[in-house]
Design a protein. Structure first.
Length: 251
């Protein structure tokens, strides 16, 4: 049985990806900062084939420990899904170096830390899948999330470079770039807009759906479905790609 490891798996996109991988027959290690949401996701997905491990992907030593624990239980990691991320908002002129570093540490350094733990084994076995959950912010700019955009552009650059280094080794490295997705983070943002501006929930939601030509939020299962396809043999020639799941927002 193949082993997949998903970071940021306690909620949102990561939780849905982990659940769909378990349903597809993978043994799945779920990583995140808080144990309880990970355990809830694992229990709902498949208690026998999922394990929950606390980990801060921005701390290299913590990542090393967590990946060793994951491999001890389920063996070599065949699929790595880097999904952990944070996206605080602030105008650039109010962004301090501590906030900047915190965003880059999770969104970019976290991808480096986790990928570093699997790449040697994948190279030795001449096979593996690395899937980075990036963003349309890897492909374009958005106001008030400059640190997030910088980090996600970095993730895409890393994806493309590593794909070339591993192309002849049976390893694929790709980035999925979702548009605004229907998660608790977006719902909280909508509520904050309502509270601060007095707009209706529908008007607040339109700030996010209007960027999508389909006029809607992306659903997490659409991203998870793309992950499953990238894991399949049908996608063995797909590497170094930025796959936009955004209803046509980016092309």
């Amino acid at each position: 049985m193949s082993h997949a490891l998903v970071t940021g798996a306690g909620s949102g996109i990561g939780a849905v990806i982990a659940a769909q991988l378990a349903a597809a027959g993978y043994q799945v290690s779920l990583l995140g900062r808080r144990l309880e949401p990970l355990q809830q996701t694992a229990a709902a997905a498949s208690p026998s084939s999922c394990q929950a491990i606390c980990c801060d992907v921005g701390i290299a030593e913590d990542v090393e420990r967590a990946f060793a624990e994951a491999s001890k239980s389920f063996g070599d990691i065949d699929v790595l899904v880097n999904c952990a991320g944070v996206a605080p908002t602030a105008p650039f002129h109010k962004l301090d170096s501590e906030q900047w570093q915190a965003v880059l540490n999770t969104n970019l350094n976290g991808v480096f830390n986790c990928t570093s733990q699997v790449i040697k084994g994948m190279r030795d076995r001449r096979g593996g899948r690395i899937i980075n959950i990036a963003s349309t912010a890897s492909l374009k700019g958005y106001a008030y999330v400059s640190a997030y955009c910088a980090a996600k552009h970095g993730v895409l650059g890393l994806t493309r470079a590593l794909a070339l280094e591993t192309a002849e080794l049976g390893i694929t490295v790709n980035a999925i770039c979702p548009g605004y997705t229907d998660t608790e983070i977006i719902r909280q943002s909508v509520q904050q807009i309502v509270e601060k501006t007095g707009r209706s929930e529908e008007q607040a939601l339109a700030q996010f759906t209007d960027t999508n030509p389909q006029g809607r939020l992306i659903q997490p299962d659409e991203i998870a479905g793309t992950v499953l396809w990238l894991c399949s043999e049908a996608a063995r020639s797909v590497t170094g790609q930025a796959i936009s799941v955004s209803g046509g927002e980016t092309m």
